[in-house]
Design a protein around this ligand. Structure first.
Ligand code: SF4
Ligand code: MG
Length: 308
């Protein structure tokens, strides 16, 4: 991703001014082939918008997303589908309730012009690959459990043998015991198929489990990007620390103050001046209200904080 931005224009009423929501506000990162890259932040930070941009579901306002040096924007829909596939949060709403599993998983193949008999055999093999039995092909989504439905969504994502899978909160709608099974399945598929994973979550504990690197997003920016171990061992941005404090039990000596973020996420149509985190930052100084922190590289990580 190279300086990617997405601005939504809302409110076109005659008497109300249009709002410009800077959902993604200049994001850059690189993911090595076969890597697992986590994107973390509270709801409203732009992570799902970023996922949809990478999936080509809508165009970026500016900047580029490239795979092997080729712009996604220059590829056709079919080519993009063979390269990048999604797994979304809620397998209940993302699977058509009136279609049988065979047709749901086989749809991407049908869209590429593959014939019926081949679809049936490839779907059966893929269902087994994700830990389901081939006879589930004849069932409807409502006849499956939440975890089974998410396995179906993963089978559908993998049926074209894509190189990249973008998972947006793939386990958030599932019971805790099932979450671990799905995370383990994704890790195993990544290893066996050489997949590159983008893993989007509001929960840092989930990405710690599976990702090599993590980018922390706040109001459309990546405020810290580091290897997962380094991020958890020594978070450099006050926002990363606050997020970590919210998922970890306080451990003396770990250097993570208990920072309460509160419930109210700021309005992405009204980004604070200076450092966009300053209204919630527990260590803000005067300069933070006026100076925009630039990304700085500090011992292998990138941080946007004046005091880091
Ligand atoms: Fe906090 Fe200032 Fe750093 Fe922003 S620049 S995160 S307000 S200390
Ligand atoms: Mg989301």
């Amino acid at each position: 991703a190279r300086d990617v931005a997405k601005i939504f224009r809302q409110g076109t009423g005659m008497f109300s001014a249009a709002r410009h929501v800077r959902a993604v506000d200049g994001v850059s990162f690189a993911v090595p082939a076969g890597g697992c890259f986590g994107i973390v932040g509270e709801s409203g930070c732009g992570k799902s918008t970023l996922a949809r941009l990478i999936l080509g579901l809508y165009p970026a306002t500016s900047g580029d997303i490239l795979v092997d040096g080729r712009r996604l924007a220059d590829m056709g829909r079919r080519e993009r589908a063979r390269l990048i596939q999604p797994v979304f949060q809620d397998p209940f709403s993302s699977l058509n309730p009136r279609r049988r599993i065979r047709d749901i998983v086989g749809l991407p193949l049908a869209a590429q012009g593959v014939g019926g008999a081949e679809i049936t055999s490839r779907v059966a093999a893929m269902l087994e690959r994700v830990g389901l039995s081939a006879e589930m092909a004849g069932r409807l989504p409502a006849q499956l459990s939440g975890g089974q439905r998410q396995r179906v969504a993963i089978a559908r994502a993998l049926i074209l043998r894509p190189r990249i899978v973008v998972c947006d909160e793939p386990t958030s709608a599932l019971d805790v015991s099932v979450q671990a099974q799905i995370l383990n399945l994704l890790a195993e598929l990544r290893r066996d198929l050489g997949l590159t994973l983008l893993f989007i979550s509001h929960n840092l504990a989930v990405v710690e489990h599976i990702c090599d690197e993590v980018a922390v997003m706040y109001l459309g920016r990546v405020v810290e990007h580091a290897e997962t171990d380094a991020l958890f061992r020594a978070p450099a941005h006050p926002y990363t620390r606050a997020l970590l404090a919210s998922v970890l039990t306080p451990e003396p000596g770990r250097g993570i103050p208990d920072v309460g973020l509160g419930d109210t996420y700021p309005d992405p149509a009204n980004i604070p001046p200076g450092c966009r985190f300053h209204p919630r930052c527990p260590i803000a100084v005067d300069a933070c209200r006026t100076q925009v922190p630039q990304p700085r590289v500090l011992s292998g990580r990138t941080v946007e904080c004046l005091l880091a």
